[in-house]
Ligand binder design. Structure first.
Ligand code: NAD
Length: 354
């Protein structure tokens, strides 16, 4: 930024460490419903900014701002690499999703989304259910993932994209996308992880599974003849492929040295705790499928579904995640920077080439 000396009021955003030339950051208040929210539109070069709305009991407005700036930028990169005609944005509502979420809160949020005239399109994220989005949709049409606009739960598409990404990684490392006889550790058997495990099983892979929820593990052991391990042993499993499908920041200086797999490819968001953790995987000769590339199936389904349409196009575009990853892995082979660095390059090229 140049030629502006921010005042105390504006410096909170313009001087923020996560500020990355965001186009628009809106602070939202609705006294009647109790709404406090921040909507961040990072970049609309490729189209309107699509990104979910998160409801979270942030400890402070500063924490919420940090999340909104960081996550909206992440959506720009994710949508660009996924080849979607969409920019990146994100909304955060400062509230406890278990106690504070009311229909009037969500409707008030929708009213403020509507004021942005379609430059920001909202959808579900952490702490927001499909029913909540139906309330938002009462105040704005700039919403995706509702019954009227979408294909419903995005998780099966996320799992399909991750499966395609694992095949691409296997082709790069083992010389074939065929997963027959390959061993895969699936960490987290929730909406995405369980569906991924099913596809891997059907493709002839042998599964090692872990989850903090024992019922999920028992189900996978029965249904897929999987081997169960304790959650903290998932990293060290003697497998070909490690698929993190639980929470973020799982790849860090404690866990990476334990990994025996040659490939890390899974659905979890923000898998690398720090950028150095990407470098460390790369140094160790472990091929990492950048999280925001491999897990884009969900956003593809949200973005491309139209009322009444089947999912042919969505599936095609989701399966193409494997091709994008192949391209990233090939460029990484030439440039040797790490796939996550190449993915960012690709996103910036798509933005600048527009
Ligand atoms: P989910 O909540 O349905 O499943 C997560 C699972 O991980 C749960 O079964 C939970 O018990 C388990 N878990 C939590 N901590 C664990 C641990 N330490 N070890 C093993 N298991 C643990 O969530 P989901 O929708 O399946 O999403 C999984 C991941 O993928 C998340 O990081 C999410 O942000 C990301 N993601 C999901 C989608 C989607 O379409 N659902 C899209 C993009 C990214």
């Amino acid at each position: 930024m140049n030629a502006i000396t921010p005042s105390v009021a504006t410096s909170a955003v313009f001087n923020h460490t996560e500020f990355d030339d965001h186009e628009n950051v809106v602070f939202v208040r609705d006294k009647k419903s109790g709404l406090f929210a921040i909507i961040a539109v990072h970049d609309t070069t490729l189209g309107p900014a699509l990104g979910g709305c998160r409801v979270w009991p942030y400890a402070s407005p500063e924490e919420a701002l940090t999340d909104a700036l960081r996550l909206s930028r992440g959506m720009t990169y994710k949508n660009a690499v996924a080849g979607l005609p969409l920019g990146g944005g994100k909304a955060v509502i400062i509230a406890d999703p278990r106690k504070d979420k009311t229909t009037s809160l969500m409707q008030a949020f929708g009213k403020h989304v509507d004021r942005l005239s379609g430059t920001y399109i909202t959808a579900e994220d952490v702490g927001v259910s499909p029913d909540d989005m139906e309330e938002v949709a009462k105040s704005t049409t700039h919403v995706r993932g509702t019954k009227a606009t979408g294909l419903g739960d995005p998780s099966p598409y996320t799992a399909l994209g991750v499966f395609s990404g694992i095949q691409a990684a296997a082709a790069t490392v083992f010389g074939s996308p065929d997963l027959t006889g390959k061993t895969v550790s699936v960490q987290g058997l929730g909406h995405v992880g369980y569906d991924l495990a099913r596809q891997l099983h059907q493709a002839g892979a042998k599964l090692v599974v872990s989850d903090i929820n024992d019922a999920n593990v028992r189900r996978a052991v029965e249904e897929f003849s999987a081997t169960a391990v304790e959650p903290d042993k998932a990293y060290a499993a003697e497998v070909d492929i490690f698929a993190p499908c639980a929470l973020g920041a799982g790849l860090n200086c404690d866990t990476i040295p334990q990994i025996k797999a040659k490939i890390v490819a899974g659905a979890a968001n923000n898998q690398l705790k720090t950028p150095e953790d990407g470098t460390e995987l790369h140094k160790r000769g472990i091929l990492y499928a950048p999280d925001y590339v491999i897990n884009a199936g969900g956003v593809i389904s949200i973005a491309l579904a139209t009322p009444g349409s089947d999912d042919t196009d969505v599936r095609k575009k989701t399966i193409a995640i494997g091709d994008t990853l192949t391209q990233i892995f090939q460029r990484n082979h030439n440039q040797n920077l790490g796939p996550e660095v190449i993915a960012d390059q690709l996103a910036l090229e798509r933005l600048q080439g527009h």
